[in-house]
Design a protein around this ligand. Structure first.
Ligand SMILES: [Zn+2]
Length: 327
């Protein structure tokens, strides 16, 4: 099939009948993510299936016009860039599936607010503004699955993989017959080789760097042993046996640790008790908050405080310090 040109979309073939689709310009910071379209094939799926293709409604309509109708949509997790526009797939009569516990976040913004524990630090109005900027609307019905379940949609098997370092429900997909591993938001986030992105993202209380490192190992193992192609929510297609994504993600986590350790040194902190999160946040270690305005600053402060906190827990800065003092 010749790939049609749709303004504001990049459509690439992963295999003959599986596409990776990317929305180029997005309305706000966390509005959209790349996803897969599994085209219909005799004996496999009569109708097209969308995997985590959270793009704006007018573009969903275009995709549906060219490749539809669609029977099922599978969401990978409840971050805003993966759920804002899913309701529109449901408007088209598509069955929506999402992983527990984040399936609830697609149904009600309050669940998103409490589930990620924004409610401990931020007013709901901030989350409402965030959701409105990203054009979030809730779904009415979501079929839930447990990360790790195998989904049989029509006659296609979609193995789901729990990658919970990023969020409790965060799920990757493995298509065993198509040999495609979709790692979703694990942290390979560069649109082409040789440039740098943010990398693994762990800005909520529930995220874990230790789990993240295990997830990266697991993804690498599945990719090298079973897959031909690797796709992600914010990156280009990788072919076996290129291990760039894994090297990149591990390096980014290591670099983040260095950044936090350097910040401790910049602030001349000599004891853990002297750590002041506001001082660290004011250094803009990860996000250029001083250049931003409005509610988004509050959100970035919230996320960055968890990223910093996780690195503080893993920091060898104080150990090194006491060692050098005593030697
Ligand atoms: Zn995410």
């Amino acid at each position: 099939m010749i790939t049609p040109k749709i303004p504001n979309l990049d459509i690439q073939n992963v295999t003959n009948d599986v596409l990776l689709i990317h929305q180029k310009k997005t309305p706000f910071y966390f509005s959209c993510c790349d996803g897969l379209v599994i085209l219909p094939r005799n004996g496999r799926n009569d109708l097209a299936i969308a995997l985590d293709l959270n793009i704006e409604p007018n573009l969903i309509d275009e995709i549906n016009r060219v490749y539809g109708p669609f029977s099922n949509y599978v969401c990978t997790h409840g971050h805003m860039d993966h759920m804002a526009h899913v309701y529109h797939w449901e408007d088209l009569g598509v069955k929506i599936h999402a992983p527990i516990p984040e399936d609830e976040y697609l149904l009600d913004l309050c669940n998103f607010y409490k589930g990620f524990r924004f409610n401990e630090d931020l007013d709901f109005s901030i989350i409402e503004k965030f959701a409105n900027s990203n054009k979030y609307k809730p779904c009415s019905t979501v079929r839930s699955f447990n990360p790790g379940d195998a989904l049989k949609l029509d006659d296609i098997i979609i193995e789901t993989i729990s990658f919970s370092g990023h969020s409790k429900g965060h799920t990757g997909f493995f298509l065993p017959y198509e040999k495609i591993l979709h790692i979703s938001c694990l942290g390979f986030d560069i649109p082409k080789s040789g440039i740098d992105g943010f990398g693994p993202w762990y800005g909520f209380n529930e995220c874990s760097i230790a789990k993240y490192l295990e997830d990266i190992n697991l993804a690498e193992k599945i990719f090298l042993q079973r897959a031909e192609f690797l796709t992600s929510s914010h990156a280009y297609i990788i072919k076996h046996p290129d291990t760039t994504p894994f090297t990149y993600m591990r390096r980014k986590i290591k670099d983040n640790q260095t950044k936090v350790d350097q910040a401790l040194s910049t602030l001349k902190i000599s004891r853990k008790e002297e750590i002041n999160m506001d001082e660290l946040l004011n250094l803009d270690i990860f996000f250029p908050k001083s250049k931003l305005q409005g509610f988004i600053v509050e959100l970035y402060r919230f996320w960055e405080s968890y990223i910093i906190e996780k690195h503080l827990k893993r920091s060898k800065y104080f150990q090194k310090d006491s060692h050098s003092n005593s030697s």
